[in-house]
Design a protein. Sequence first.
Length: 238
Amino acid sequence: MQKINKRLLIVDDDSEIRELLTFDIAQSGYIVDSAQDGAEGLNKALENNYDLILLDVMMPKMSGYEVCKNIRLAKPNVPILLLTAKGTIEDKTQGFNCGADDYLIKPFEIQEVLLRIRALLRRGETSQNQNTKEVLRAGDIEILPDSLEAVILDKKVKLTPTEFEILYCLMQHINTPVSLAVLLDEVWGYDSNEDVRMVRVHVGGLRQKIEQNVRNPKYLHTVVNVGYKLTPFGSVEG
């Protein structure tokens, strides 16, 4: 087994799931710490430097949503993967609004967990080395990789890492429809029809931040049966 030299934190109050995840992920070469409740998980996340955090939602002392929100405030770039039995679109939306990058519903296969980990770590490496991303400007929009911000008509808005990656991808395809499959591949690093709702939730959050009227967007448009299109020079479409 080859050591990957990436340190992960698993936070889950279910001892069986926590121990199985710890064993299987460590067997794949990662350095793994664990915590058995939300409060312990938050303390470890803030006191140590982790490359990725796997976080259960329903936990004693502090919910995964609360933990996620607090981690995101203190460490905006660390990837967070929610692992939970709560799988409705409302649950996912709440998780993404707290700053989670990805969402996996229990029960899950360990290979799927490892796939998501690898994809998020690739994104994390890109976010930490922002020299690989250039400042992009077009029309009313400018995006700033160093601070994960967008500037819309001279007004700065703070983006989550996922929102930034989506906007960066769309800025590279100005006025051109970008499919959901392309967004999944370029932002998350994999293509799965099961996760198109995840893209839509994140795009919805991004739209809330860059549009004055989300019902009649000026910049970020839905292209029916395809995906999304960015018109940074401004264009009101139906």
